[in-house]
Design a binder for this molecule. Structure first.
Ligand code: PHE
Length: 455
């Protein structure tokens, strides 16, 4: 296929693509979600399955997504159309693009609410609310926030405006400088937190919880959650990475680039776990406390360490920023499509996307208070969105992407676009996207649905 041009601009270098894609990958998924689902799913064994999913399924699928984006050089929907046309595939494959756009909306709607919690905590930290705080007080502050739809709405609104302000300008501008400073800063702060955790009584217990697997605690549902989270944390299966790949200049090995992103993402998640679990055990908290885990543990640490107000404020600023660079990528696939196919300018497209996601987000806000008792299959509105997107839509999208890149696209084109440096690794990748990853995803799905009686 002939090399296409992107109308949305290109990243200025491979390194900026890595930063942007890492900015997309590293977010609430790593710092907020990974620790609490690890806590809910029993620790070590879950972490092991999650790591296996990243290596065996996540990385290969991500390579596929980047390659498809770079070959199509458009929004995921139009990239799919171009690739289908060029390879003579069935038009129904464009569903990958549509499902991804929908998943992006749904995720953005609740992501913005949770990121709003982080924004709120910046100011709580700054005010000294957590000085010498106890676990009990930290729990009360968090409970107070969840019970207050007005405050939740305010910060949800602020975060959504921040997101749209960037996408309206175009992601390849603006974002680049910010990411290259703030991502490393977040990392340094996590190391400081790990240092603090290391000195606490619960450190050994925290590490044991994270890294010593007890498979008796693992259910098939936990495996479904681990697989879903591998997709969520790498921003896979909904076109975000495809959209960013569309702006990747040619001339670089995609495999190496992707492995770098996946390693950075995993390191941040593990660091967050290592900072949080020692505090959980030192303070007799419950590892399975759920979505509030981050917000109920770290304030205790910040409240009781020297310079805690400063570090705590900085930490939540950086978490908000990590969430920001992810939410931008959630909006980008649909943004690019509105610009290409509906003739909107980026500003109008941004307002439209932001407004729809904002309205949907109201459901998540209410699911923590007014609607807390309204449940479908024992799940609140927020739980349902989270489960539907991360555990069903993203893995399904990933499955289709693997199948498309391996079975529909001409393999010599794909190989050329990958700029393969190592023949053996290329062969291993081909086998994985052709057979291994799709079979593994289907297997996990079927077991998760309880179709097989192995569970
Ligand atoms: N990867 C992001 C995180 O871990 C979330 C995300 C999912 C972003 C899908 C884009 C697409 O927070």
């Amino acid at each position: 296929m002939a090399e296409q041009a992107s109308i949305h601009g290109l990243w200025r270098s491979r390194w900026l693509f890595i930063l942007a894609a890492t900015g997309s990958a590293v977010g609430l998924g790593n710092i907020w979600k990974f620790p609490y689902i690890t806590g809910e799913n029993g620790g070590g064994a879950f972490v092991l399955v999650y790591l296996a999913c990243i290596c065996l399924i996540g990385i290969p699928v991500m390579i596929g997504e980047v390659v498809m984006g770079r070959m199509g050089r458009q929004s995921p929907i139009n990239t799919m159309k171009a690739l289908i046309k060029d390879n003579g595939g069935n038009p129904a494959w464009v569903g990958i693009g549509w499902m991804g756009a929908l998943a992006g909306f749904l995720i953005l709607s609740f992501y913005s609410v949770i990121a709003g919690w982080a924004l709120y905590y910046v100011f709580q930290m700054m005010s000294g609310e957590f000085a010498a705080t106890t676990a009990e007080h930290a729990g009360e502050v968090f409970g107070g926030l969840l019970g207050d739809p007005g405050t939740l709405m305010t910060w949800h609104t602020v975060f959504m405006i921040l997101t749209i302000a960037v996408v309206a300008r175009g992601v390849t501008k603006g974002l680049e400088t910010a990411i290259s400073i703030l991502m490393p800063a977040l990392f340094v702060l996590l190391i400081i937190m790990m240092g603090y955790a290391m000195a606490s009584d619960g450190f050994a217990q925290g590490l044991e919880f994270l890294f010593s697997p007890d498979f008796s605690k693992l259910s098939w549902n936990s495996v479904v959650v681990a697989l879903g989270h591998a997709f969520f944390t790498l921003s896979l299966g909904m076109g975000a990475i495809m959209a960013y790949g569309a702006y990747l200049p040619s001339g670089h090995s995609i495999g190496k680039t992707v492995v770098t992103i996946a390693v950075l993402d995993t390191v941040v998640a593990l660091a967050a776990g290592m900072a949080i679990f020692p505090i959980v055990f030192s303070n007799g908290l419950e590892p399975g406390a759920g979505p509030g885990l981050l917000f109920q543990t770290l304030p205790i640490a910040f409240g009781n360490m020297p310079g805690g107000i400063l570090f705590g404020t900085l930490f939540f600023i950086l978490v908000s920023f990590a969430a920001w660079s992810s939410s931008i990528s959630l909006a980008e696939p649909v943004m690019a499509w509105l610009v290409e196919s509906k003739g909107l300018n980026r500003f109008k497209a941004g307002v439209l996307v932001g407004l729809i996601a904002w309205v949907l987000g109201i459901g998540t806000v209410l699911s923590f208070n007014e609607w807390a008792e309204i449940k479908l299959f024992d799940k609140t509105f927020f739980d349902t969105l989270d489960y539907l997107t991360a555990n069903i839509m993203l893995p399904l999208g990933g499955l289709l992407i693997a199948l498309f890149v391996a079975w529909v696209m001409r393999q010599d084109d794909v190989k050329a676009a990958l700029e393969v440096e190592n023949e053996t690794l290329y062969k291993a990748w081909t086998v994985t996207v052709k057979f291994l990853a799709p079979l593994a995803i289907v297997f996990v799905f079927l077991n998760g649905l309880g179709v097989f009686a192995f569970g």
